[in-house]
Design a protein around this ligand. Sequence first.
Ligand code: ADP
Length: 255
Amino acid sequence: METILETQHLRKIYNYRTENAFEALHDINFKVEKGEFVAIMGPSGSGKSTFINNISTIDLPTFGKVFIKGKEVRSMSANETGHFRYEHLGFIFQDFNLLDTHTLFENIAMPLSLAHVNKEEIMKRVNDLADKMNIRGILAKYPYECSGGQRQRAAICRALVNQPDIIVADEPTGNLDSANSAELMNILDQMNRKDGVTIVMVTHDALIASYSSRLIYIRDGNIEKQLERNGMDQDYYFQKISEINNEERREIIRK
Ligand code: ADP
């Protein structure tokens, strides 16, 4: 097994050294092995987005260390971090974060343009992916001219265009109807199983989480519980995830 992502004593304190200081993550020690598909759940405000941002170079820890592919994130310059991101990470966000001033083609090509990949290679990769995702014919359109499902596919293409080792997804199905959610989950599932891409995904939906191979449940800035899928079929795993969510909710009410 190869550890692809690790945190050591990760703490995130917003507004550190001010009277508004707030510790959103407390001393988190966590590892992801290559090829895992980790789902992160927890109540609103528990620190899920903070966590995912800190393990994917979007934000930096206040204390402790984050290693991605053995590289400590805080040891990299801004330039190196940018490069590292385009080489190894793919992001999918709830609102897709496509730029309305750019066509779908330009949006998808962005990680490659920023990494100064040559034009021919960019054309090839974007067109190949767009073919696979069935949006080749609309690459010249702007996001606001496209449906939610089409924007989602473009966002997936953009996350995959640099052939990332790790996909980081924050509520990727948050704005999708159930058919598009299922399609996205099937794509992620295939990439994980067939291509061995590691996935770390935040979701509030137990059904979406049941596509993962491990669940972590965050509460009040701590990893409160973990559940390994370990050969459970998806139905049974879904039940177990729902049980954890229900137990945790009862805990919160009791408090
Ligand atoms: P979740 O994703 O689980 O809803 P977040 O990671 O967004 O939770 O937030 C965790 C806690 O940190 C919340 O109490 C939130 O108010 C606080 N928080 C998040 N971002 C900031 C910020 N930029 N400045 C100050 N506090 C923040």
